[in-house]
Design a protein around this ligand. Structure first.
Ligand SMILES: Nc1ncnc2c1ncn2[C@@H]1O[C@H](COP(=O)(O)OP(=O)(O)OP(=O)(O)O)[C@@H](O)[C@H]1O
Ligand SMILES: [Mg+2]
Length: 375
């Protein structure tokens, strides 16, 4: 059997852990159609927590209910692509006199060029209205998902918000599902242009509980006839910290060690697999998260890595030799980037497991250590 774990951004895991309640909320709203609360939702959480996978799950839910899905990411040209997809769907389902039977589909990146060639000079909200009326007659609707919403162009945001709001007011069956990094999503919601998004259901995605992780690992290993003891399953679950990306990495590497070992997870293969998973975690997610930061933000993280647990923000400011207000600015940027999270009043911690170890092992940590030591 092929290795079922998927340690790749956006890839569907063998089991989607700990999201059942959210999935049911959305399923119920899709079933109830226009006006249901879960049809306007925002998923937020740090890097690698499973936002893109969550959007994939709700898209599946919509498709199962016969809805049409437009699956997008907030990179430049967003409105142009949604516009083209809406026209394509409208051409398919409204303009065909024979009336094609409507079944759930996903519209990938449509042939934008062709679509723009026959641009009607009407705004896309007109074909959208017609499409939604048609879908409503069939008891279905249209779901638009937009990933990486923190990167959206304001002009695009204003337009999407205005059109969707109009459709909701007309009681038409439209769903808008967004996903992005937590602090950046909060900023977006506080922005005057998007007051309507404040009515969205907000789902903060968290790490999975270790017992859910253990149950999922058990089921996946059993399915592949890889033998593993209860004790080892528990060790593995702990090594993931419940963080989805690490669950996939740990699962993947322990599985592959076990296969080399005749299909059994031994203490040695477990250790080797976990070690490799942590190295990959450092080389991929953590390194790229770290590289994308400014030198000043990096120094904030290095100052945090001195602590064995959550860091007190006032102590970090002292270590950096700057005022608390100034340090607060770095802190906000790191929160927006999804690198750290607030844990209780005045404390922050790394949003991703093994970040501390990764930083401690970096040459920059040693070279800053003498500046940072406050013991
Ligand atoms: N609920 C889950 N249970 C188990 N594994 C999951 C779950 N959600 C996501 N994963 C796995 O975690 C990894 C990261 O998922 P995903 O790409 O959806 O995260 P993300 O929050 O979108 O990250 P980013 O902010 O970097 O885009 C993938 O390998 C995916 O298979
Ligand atoms: Mg993502």
């Amino acid at each position: 059997m092929k290795n079922p774990f998927k340690p790749t951004a956006g890839a569907r895991p063998p089991l989607v852990i700990g999201r059942e309640e959210i999935r049911q909320d959305i399923a119920e709203s899709v079933e109830n159609g226009a006006g249901a609360p879960g049809l306007l939702a925002i998923f937020s959480g740090p890097r690698g927590i499973g936002k893109t996978v969550m959007l994939g799950s709700v898209e599946d839910e919509a498709i199962e209910h016969g809805w049409i899905v437009i699956s997008e990411t907030a990179i430049p040209g967003l409105v142009r692509r949604i516009d083209a997809a809406v026209r394509a769907a409208s051409g398919e389902f409204v303009d065909q006199p024979s009336g094609r039977r409507i079944t759930g589909i996903t519209l990938g990146p449509v042939g934008v060029q062709t679509q723009l060639a026959d641009v009607e000079h009407r705004h896309w909200r007109h074909p959208l209205t017609e499409l939604l009326k048609r879908l409503r007659d069939h008891g279905t609707g249209l779901m638009i998902t937009i990933d990486e919403i923190h990167a959206i162009d304001r002009v695009d945001l204003v337009e999407v918000a205005a059109v969707i709001q109009h459709m909701i007011r007309e009681d038409l069956p439209i769903a808008l599902m967004l996903a992005g990094l937590p602090k950046a999503v909060d900023d977006l919601l506080n922005d005057e242009v998007s007051t309507f998004l404040r009515r969205a259901e907000k789902y903060d995605l968290h790490k999975a509980t270790l017992s859910d992780v253990a149950a999922a690992l058990r089921a996946t290993f059993d399915e592949g006839s890889i033998s593993i003891s209860e004790l080892h399953v528990r060790h593995l679950a702990e090594a993931t910290g419940g963080y989805p990306f690490l669950i996939q990495l740990v699962g993947y590497h322990v599985w592959s060690q076990a296969v080399r070992n005749g299909g059994r997870v031994t203490a040695e293969s477990l250790e080797a697999g976990v070690e490799k998973a942590k190295r990959r975690m450092g080389a991929t997610v953590l390194q790229s998260a770290y590289n994308s930061l400014s030198d000043i933000d990096k120094s904030y993280l290095l100052a945090m890595a001195v602590d064995d647990g959550p860091s007190k923000t006032s102590v970090i400011a002292e270590r950096l030799g700057v005022s608390p207000v100034y340090a607060g600015q770095y802190r906000l940027r790191l929160l927006a980037a999804g690198a750290i999270e607030v844990v209780g009043h005045g404390y922050v911690d790394f949003a991703m497991p093994t970040f501390r170890e990764f930083l401690r092992a970096s040459p920059a940590f040693d070279s800053q250590a003498h500046l940072l030591s406050d013991q």
